[in-house]
Design a protein around this ligand. Structure first.
Ligand code: 5GP
Ligand code: ZN
Length: 132
């Protein structure tokens, strides 16, 4: 898909505003507190404030990317690292062997409420399929 189709003028304006106010960017800059479980140059992970399973953590890029639809070519390595880090956290949390679920919601109908890309790590209980 061509970049010009993805980033219309009005959308990029909205994006700029969202970045300044974005909740997860505020967690990255430590303006909003969170129970941080992983922190490196490019990635942050923290406990979800409203856990849906015994283990429920969120892994985010420190760079603001609103949704999976906004991932650019230059972000591909970062997104790979994000999934690798999610796996490492699952191992550390002791849920890797029995199984866990990684969820990335995109836009309203999927239930995305925070417009900064994040992977949910869910585990410690049996996961249902299909998901609700
Ligand atoms: P989404 O619905 O966008 O896929 O996931 C957003 C997640 O962020 C939700 O699971 C929600 O509980 C979590 N969340 C929302 N606000 C906060 C917050 O201030 N701190 C933390 N740690 N998690 C939050
Ligand atoms: Zn953000």
């Amino acid at each position: 898909m061509r970049k010009s189709l993805r980033n219309s003028g009005t959308d990029s304006g909205k994006k700029g505003k969202k970045m300044a106010e974005c909740l997860f960017c505020r967690i990255v800059s430590k303006k909003v507190p969170a129970k941080i479980i992983y922190d490196d140059e490019r990635i942050l992970a923290f406990e979800d404030i409203n856990p849906q399973a015994p283990v429920h953590a969120l892994v985010i890029p420190k760079k603001h990317i609103s949704t999976t639809l906004d991932i650019e070519d230059e972000d591909n390595e970062l997104i790979g690292l994000l999934f690798q880090t999610a796996g490492k956290i699952a191992k550390e949390k002791g849920i890797a062997e029995r199984g866990f679920r990684l969820v990335v919601n995109t836009n309203q109908e999927a239930g995305q409420t925070v417009y900064h890309v994040h992977i949910h790590i869910l585990g410690g209980r049996h996961m249902h399929w299909p998901p609700g």
